[in-house]
Design a protein around this ligand. Structure first.
Ligand SMILES: NC(=O)c1ccc[n+]([C@@H]2O[C@H](COP(=O)([O-])OP(=O)(O)OC[C@H]3O[C@@H](n4cnc5c(N)ncnc54)[C@H](O)[C@@H]3O)[C@@H](O)[C@H]2O)c1
Ligand SMILES: [Zn+2]
Length: 352
């Protein structure tokens, strides 16, 4: 078959402008590339931060967002060894990296220290000098090394959000050794948070959700939380003081982090994965007594992302989703901003 070099997509033409249908170029299939027939693309809050130019870099418009991509291999380059036509595959937040730095060699491609760092699935420049365009489109050409295998046990639509939301929580849970005997709190029950609750529970940790209200309590407990508290109630911060080994903050808005640091045990760690626009204020004395750590974590490497997908396949974990047509993307963005989705929008890309 001939591979399509011009494909349909949804793009934001300018910062804060509504997304609209367009066509974008995809490169011709190289020896190590696979062509993916995209079936579904999740809507991550990072897509919204990016098209609203909230992260300070201005953005390289038009932007085709989408880094929670699930589809099927439609063609393979001459030197491809890992995948065959028909395989179920995913692509996450990056599509390339230098492959030579210590981090790339260690499987930490997300922290590539090469000249260009990891090359984002969208809003970046590929090795060929061309802009990268994400998963809100019908097809993607990607080097086979940056694709992941989606286990047969998982439906493609609900698996798509694992490529970002799933790995973003799996990686710090694994790194800080969540498991039996560990008390883990997840702040914010959104796209990331609802995956964090499921994965931490499957790893054997005792899981607490810290949400603004008790509105989603039934869902949180069903997803595997042992406890659920409202952070709008000051009594929560008294009741849980000094409780947790690990707190994962998934909230996309500003929080009083010092209050959350007060919930850590001695030697506990608060990991920031939510990425609000403004700098965060940490009081030194929220960390010093109790030798507490404040850390960050970004998605995961290719091998760890595959490990996460396999873990989710074995445990039957995937996202709770609302599948939408492409014409509903702008409305879905407003609903994410209003916390009105349980728990991830996924675009059916056949509607693009
Ligand atoms: N570190 C990473 O690698 C990484 C990866 C993906 C996304 N992110 C970032 O993580 C954040 C969350 O992404 P998402 O897609 O899950 O967004 P989301 O909108 O689905 O979820 C955010 C949740 O936080 C809740 N929330 C808001 N204010 C709160 C508060 N004061 N207390 C408790 N909960 C509150 C919201 O109601 C919502 O449920 C975004 O900033 C995104 O850019 C980071
Ligand atoms: Zn994301």
């Amino acid at each position: 078959m001939t591979t399509p070099t011009s494909v349909a997509a949804y793009a934001a033409p300018a910062p804060k402008a509504p997304l609209e249908r367009t066509t974008i170029p995809r490169r011709e299939l190289g020896a190590h590339d696979i062509l993916i027939d995209i079936k579904y693309a999740g809507i991550c809050h990072s897509d919204i931060h990016t098209v609203r130019a909230e992260w300070g870099d201005g953005g390289n418009f038009p932007i085709v967002p989408g880094h929670e991509i699930a589809g099927v291999v439609a063609a393979t380059g001459s030197a491809v060894t890992r995948y065959q036509v028909g395989d179920r595959v995913g692509v996450g937040c990056f599509v390339d990296s230098c492959r030579e730095c210590d981090n790339c060699r260690a499987g930490l491609e997300q922290y590539c220290t090469g000249e260009s760092g990891n090359i984002g699935t969208y809003n970046a420049t590929g090795r060929d000098g061309q802009p990268t365009y994400g998963g809100y489109s019908t097809h993607l050409v990607v080097d086979e090394h940056y694709a992941l295998r989606i286990p047969d046990a998982l439906p493609l639509d609900a698996a798509a959000p694992l490529l970002c939301a799933g790995i973003t929580l799996y990686s710090p849970l694994a790194h800080w050794k969540a498991g039996p005997g560990k008390k883990v709190a997840v702040v914010g029950l959104g796209g990331l948070g609802h995956m964090g609750v499921q994965i931490a529970h499957a790893m054997g940790a005792e899981v607490t959700v810290l949400s603004q209200s008790l509105r989603k309590k039934d869902d949180g407990l069903r997803l595997g939380a042992d406890h659920y508290y409202a952070t709008s109630d000051p009594a929560t911060f008294e009741a849980l003081a000094g409780s947790f080994d690990l707190i994962l903050n998934t909230v996309s808005a500003d929080l009083d982090l010092n209050a959350y640091l007060g919930l850590l045990r001695t030697d506990g760690t608060l990991v920031q994965v939510g990425a609000p626009e403004r700098p965060l204020a940490i009081a030194p004395f929220a960390l010093i007594p109790g030798r507490k750590s404040f850390a960050g974590s970004m998605i995961g490497g290719i091998a760890e992302t595959q490990e996460m997908l396999d873990f989710c396949g074995e445990h039957g974990l995937s996202a709770e989703i609302e599948v939408i047509g492409a014409e509903q993307i702008n409305e879905a963005y407003e609903r994410v901003l209003a916390s009105d989705v349980r728990y991830r929008f996924v675009i059916d890309t056949s509607t693009i």
